[in-house]
Write a protein that binds this ligand. Sequence first.
Ligand SMILES: Nc1ncnc2c1ncn2[C@@H]1O[C@H](COP(=O)(O)OP(=O)(O)OP(=O)(O)O)[C@@H](O)[C@H]1O
Ligand SMILES: [Zn+2]
Length: 640
Amino acid sequence: MNNARNIAFWVVLLLLILALFNLFSGGASSVSSRSLSWSDFIEQVDSGRVASVTLDGERVTIRTKDGGTFSTVKPGDEQITEKLVNKGVEVQATPQQQSGFMSLISLWLPFIVLIGVWFFFMNRMQGGGKGGAMGFGKSRAKLLTEKQGRVTFDDVAGIDEAKEELEEIVEFLRNPQKFSRLGGKIPKGALLVGPPGTGKTLLARAIAGEAGVPFFTISGSDFVEMFVGVGASRVRDMFEQAKKNAPCIVFIDEIDAVGRARGVGMGGGNDEREQTLNQLLVEMDGFEANEGVIIVAATNRKDVLDPALLRPGRFDRQITVGNPDIKGREKILSVHARKVPIGPDVDLRTIARGSPGFSGADLANLVNEAALTAARVGRRFVTMADFEHAKDKVMMGAERRSMVMSQEDKEMTAYHEAGHAIVGIKLPKCDPVYKATIMPRGAALGMVMSLPEMDRHSWHKDQMRDRIAMGMAGKAAEIKKWGEDRVSSGASGDIQMVTSVARAMVMRWGMSDKIGNIDYSEAASGYDGNTGGFSVSAETKRLIEAEVKAIVDEGYAKAFQILTEFEEEWERLAQGLLEYETLTGDEIRKVMAGEKPGDDSDDAGQNAESEISVAAIPRTRSRGPRAEAAQAEDPEPSAP
Ligand SMILES: Nc1ncnc2c1ncn2[C@@H]1O[C@H](COP(=O)(O)OP(=O)(O)OP(=O)(O)O)[C@@H](O)[C@H]1O
Ligand SMILES: [Zn+2]
């Protein structure tokens, strides 16, 4: 289609040029004429046989009385015109010109450019040549058919919670009538949130595969076009197409490309993108949930999305797809290992253990690399050594990501987190520990530990003290195990939390005898609107600081003491974390007692903190993986 158009364009252009070239450079010379020497020409003139002469610069065209046409070139003879006139020859002259071709160009260039531009835009508007002559705003949604390979939930491993949540949508697509008859409300849209390569696209395809419905895929960036209005009409078209094929799944990858919050763009916003987004919102409101079209969108930046997209009736179902834990990794490996011949010595569990922080895509890549390595040396199946080799390769590629931890980091995190857990368990006033993990995550829970939350819970002094001790346990553990010099920045989140609790105790809640029941928090923050100019003396400030520090120091000392007293259990727990990465409360107790944890730790709380964790991304990113891992664990014991 496109090609035919292009060829037609060039043919037309070529013909045009040829025609015009002929017209201009043509004239006299195009009439077949014999050439004549100048002296012969003069002789002809003298003998009176010449009827007319046309002068075109140096070219002279002669028409004789008997109808012949000749041409010659004029030497610098200036008197010739006079002579011809005297002889009664009709003399014509054409204006002096550059060569025919040059004149053609200078005359016709603007038109040619115009025509070219017109053709160019016609082509662009075609939208990749899909559908129809004037396919201006045709959506670019691609229909993936069974031929491209049916994907089912069996192909997606290690993200069971996400699968479970999507099960309902599959049910609905299989039998829409059943649901609408019961008046059940089915979400119109589901938003898959998670880091790259965690299988979001795969999951969306699996929904369609499981339900046996068509699957349309489009990328958010396909909507963003240079012409205002094109994106919006593409959205309209996409929904039309989807409705015709209902029940079906429409998958919008990278929805953040269109779905960014409106009015925050540079230079006063982006009209085209906003129009497109508005159209998307309108369309999502416009169709009924029971029409059988489910929009699944994916993003790894939920924080930049326009809040309007997340309102009920649009993408009201949000599913976090995280990086897999050790068991998830083993399952993903086995899914991909099905496709290659695996040698008898390969232990997928060991590989899974050695690849912390790998995403599903990394693991798929790992299996592929291993197979390539084996093929390169001419083996007929893939051995453990091939996997080891491939792992290094993939890891080196993946190292830039904050997700992948070195063995050293992993160990330090294990002892750090085990420290928190032990102290949390041993201190009577701490809430029960229900999970510990050293799984690095793109997002962390740490930010839940804010003061307002504590206010609401109405904590008591002894609880606070124990909480601070538990908070300091991570750093105490690092120091106890590796000494002062090796302590990492991973405790920064803990320190932040501990400081704000201790401050509040002293400055707001009257929990320090030396400071008493005076609220210094507003004065200290420089705000005196309500205290009527009340300010804190330098002496009181010093006192407050000393008190805050004393409370934190006391907590640290308590943590250190508990770690010393229960060193063996702490050690066992740290080793257990290194092996299993994620342990539930019961498992923690088992591991501390030296038993093996049961095998039901499956996916412990993998997606439990979806909401909070996303909100916390911006503040934890800069601290690196260690901090994130530490953070992820911290607040849970206090937030049942
Ligand atoms: N949970 C998983 N189970 C099995 N394979 C997986 C899983 N996650 C990822 N993969 C593999 O990684 C490939 C890439 O995953 P996919 O494109 O679905 O990730 P994504 O989350 O959509 O990534 P992106 O955000 O970069 O688009 C898949 O085709 C699959 O081979
Ligand atoms: Zn910590």
